[in-house]
Design a binder for this molecule. Sequence first.
Ligand code: KG4
Ligand code: ZN
Length: 361
Amino acid sequence: MRILAIETSCDETAIALLEIKGGLNNLKLKVKKSVVASQIKLHAKYGGVVPNLAKREHIKNLPILLGRVAGGKSQIERIDLIAVTVGPGLEPALWTGIQFAKELAKKWKKPLVGASHLDGHLYSFLLSSRAKNYKELLPSITLIVSGGHTILAELKNLKSYKKLGETCDDAIGESFDKVARLLNLPYPGGPALEKLAKKGNPQAIPFPSPMISQQNYDFSYSGLKTSVLYYLKNLGSGVANFSISKKEKKVLKDIESQQNMQADIAASFQRAAFNVLIKKSIRAAQEFDARAITIGGGVAANKMLPRMIEMDLKKLGLKIKVIVPPLKYCMDNAVMIGLAAYVSRLRKKSYKLRADGNLNI
Ligand code: KG4
Ligand code: ZN
């Protein structure tokens, strides 16, 4: 089956054309085309996504991307289904994609289905080359870690998943973005913070890992961000105030120690943020006899997360695989939306064709 998928839930406009077959037991996916127009530069000035600007950009980008993906009449005739993200996300942005998809479906006389952005992140591990024999990875424990969500779920088989827990306040990606802003790093904060953290000592500052000892599968990230804020405030009149130093040598030394300190904060924050994810996903994997821990969403782009989970699994002597999608499918894209739509159809799960900003799994 050929699916044309459209994604406009946040600040990436994305369209993909994919060929999927085999059903739930022998699923095979080929990406024919996948294009993403990122609005990062536009929103960076504001330090976050501005919904109406995002909407305006989606309206501008959608026809351009469609021209690059759809091809000529014969290509269009071969499309069996159009899929569009209906939530969760920014409603003005979602509506743009839905409206565009509706008009397209009418013009091309094709069936149209709604898809969940979270299903997209959840199933995106199937796009990893290590998931070719995906049945050997199931049941799995899945982490959806993005700018809007932090969810832990059990995936029994492709047909059924169950949410085990989620964040009570901020999403982990959001906390990366907020802490990055405190450290004067550019938006989006995640990649910049990961880069800085590589130069720092993760044990330097004992930031808390909230809810780590609670025997549930929930998370909390707003307190950790506040701890970083207070830590920086306490430093305020100390090392950070290097610019008033008169002697050049001292200034240089202070700059160096300021940079080291920033890297230590980034590394210590990252460690504290990931510790809870690691502990709870491993505990869930043991409880549910999982054969893999899969990760999806923007924060899955962080190389340290799978590495730290693998290290802990090794220490515990557990033979559980850790699967992450290729980098381009960690971030928002339309391939995962086509995939989610295909799986949803086979699960007989349908989503209404209206924007639902708070759609959950
Ligand atoms: O999945 P995504 O592209 O959009 C949402 O559905 O939210 O995720 C974006 C989030 C942002 O918060 C961004 O800072 C975070 O993913 N992110 C990262 C990294 N790359 C992106 N967080 C930590 N480390 C990274 N390397
Ligand atoms: Zn996303």
